[in-house]
Design a protein around this ligand. Structure first.
Ligand SMILES: Cc1ncc(COP(=O)(O)O)c(C=O)c1O
Length: 455
């Protein structure tokens, strides 16, 4: 019998449960299905962003409302939301201080291409939170990463970017490479990619300091861009000392280091960087940093700021290729101010991490009692259920533990029972509004699904 990851779950059983859950979804969601059909007349795949078709259900839920840690759909059903907008709503949907600010900013102006009254306070708060003195704004984390890469190339005069196998930093061409049989290659899923990404990008395995050193020794790498822990290929935590050795190797070879904290902000107030006392040249945070209002930030050291000024001065006047019109708008600045002051607080983390502790413990007990060869990996309020006994050390190990059919079936079954997980792998995120009751429901729904699957 074809079984999954050496567990007692058969592929045949997964298929049967999948069919049942599809039928159940169709019974429960006539209005989402109807709106999806209608939307298909004017939106590609019937959705405004084509990834929204990646949900495991026959149509995505069409949202009615999202509040705190709950969402409801147009069929009048409610869900405990552990996806939280795939991190965009990590600190809860529409926190009250943000709602009040939005009403006020709608009255006082959204964008004027001018710094606004909150600029000074936001700069101080970002510096205090992340320990870097200088900041710039972008509209998305993808943009922030793109801009950091450009600055790093401009400062160092080098062309290459080193990223880790399994990384995701947004729609940034330079980072969309994989490591295949030891060679950097462009991802074969890319659309419209015409130039050779391997000319200026290098991919090496995460947690492999020898491979990093070897790549940096060529002397042509401008920037290493990484999440402190990989969160987009399942979850891969850094081995003890790896990030410190990475920083030392960068310093030794004149390469700059950027930490993308867009997801790892879940670790603690000030992100993984503050929690572990790291000293990157750049730090990027997007998605939830302004409470879900489109905004991202990138911070840098005084030395980098000097390098930026020198590069700008040395260049001809005109377009820098860095920045977009709505970056740093009054709307983004107000949203950042209120979110940093009143939403992303140490107390919010204390609650969210406490809830995530309970969830991790409950999942681990369930895995143990069913004798499943699975594990739970944690980064503060964010956790990942992986179909392997030990936490993976590289993206290749994380990928080997994936099972798309089982993941989709679990997700659809949970959705049909009122628990929403992010459609990509098995990430679960607790926020400041997530309750212990929601965790208890997730665990009960998961237990029911395991019984269905014969685990
Ligand atoms: C670590 C990381 N950085 C950057 C991004 C890009 O964010 P956005 O799609 O908001 O530009 C993502 C998106 O998932 C991400 O996971």
């Amino acid at each position: 019998m074809n079984t999954i990851a050496a567990s007692s779950i058969s592929a045949q059983r997964v298929k049967q449960v999948w069919q049942r859950e599809i039928a159940r979804f169709n019974d429960l969601h006539p209005e989402s299905l109807r709106q999806h059909r209608l939307a298909s007349q004017h939106f590609l795949y019937g959705v405004p962003l084509h990834w929204m078709q990646d949900w495991p259900s026959p149509s995505p839920l069409f949202l009615k409302e999202a509040q705190g840690s709950r969402v409801s759909c147009v069929d009048g059903l409610e869900y405990d939301d552990f996806c939280l907008g795939d991190t965009g709503a990590m600190f809860g949907h529409t926190p009250a201080p943000l709602s009040a600010m939005l009403a006020e900013t709608a009255r006082t102006g959204l964008t004027a291409m001018l710094p606004s009254a909150k600029t000074v306070a936001v700069g101080e708060r970002l510096a205090q939170m992340f320990g870097l003195p200088f900041w710039q704004l972008a509209t998305t984390a993808s943009d922030a990463n793109r801009f950091v890469i450009r600055w790093a190339r401009a400062i160092t005069g080098r062309s290459k970017v080193l990223v880790f196998d399994g990384c995701y930093h947004g729609t940034v061409d330079d980072t969309l490479v994989d490591l295949v049989n030891g060679k950097t290659t462009a991802r074969d899923s890319l659309l419209g990619q015409v130039y050779d990404l391997t000319q200026h990008s290098v991919s090496v395995p995460f947690n492999d300091i020898a491979a990093v050193r070897q790549a940096l020794a060529q002397g042509d790498v401008a920037l290493v861009l990484t999440e402190p822990a990989l969160t987009n290929c399942g979850m891969v935590l850094p081995q003890p000392g790896f990030l410190e050795e990475l920083a030392a190797a960068c310093r030794q070879h004149g390469t700059l280091l950027a930490l993308d904290e867009t997801h790892t902000l879940s670790t603690a107030w000030g992100g993984y960087t503050r929690a572990w006392g790291l000293n990157p040249d750049f730090l990027v945070a997007g998605k939830a940093i302004a409470g879900g209002v489109p905004c991202a930030v990138y911070g840098f050291t005084a030395e980098i700021a000097r390098g930026m000024r020198a590069a700008k001065q040395a260049a001809a006047p005109g377009h820098s290729g860095i920045g977009t019109t709505l970056s740093g708008s009054q709307l983004a600045m107000q949203a950042l101010a209120v979110t940093l002051e009143q939403v992303i607080t140490p107390a919010a983390y204390e609650h969210a991490i406490g809830v995530a502790n309970g969830l991790a413990q409950g999942l681990e007990e369930m895995i143990h009692s069913h004798g499943l060869p699975w594990s739970v990996t944690r980064l503060g309020a964010r956790l990942e259920l992986q179909f392997c006994t030990c936490a993976p050390v590289t993206a290749a190990q994380a990928a080997a533990a994936e099972n798309a059919e089982l993941t989709a079936t679990l997700h659809l079954g949970l959705l049909n029972r009122g628990t929403l997980l992010t459609p990509f792998h098995n990430m679960m995120l607790a926020g400041p509004a997530t309750g212990h009751g929601q965790v208890a429901r997730l665990l009960a729904n998961m237990a029911e699904m395991l019984t269905e699957l014969g685990a």
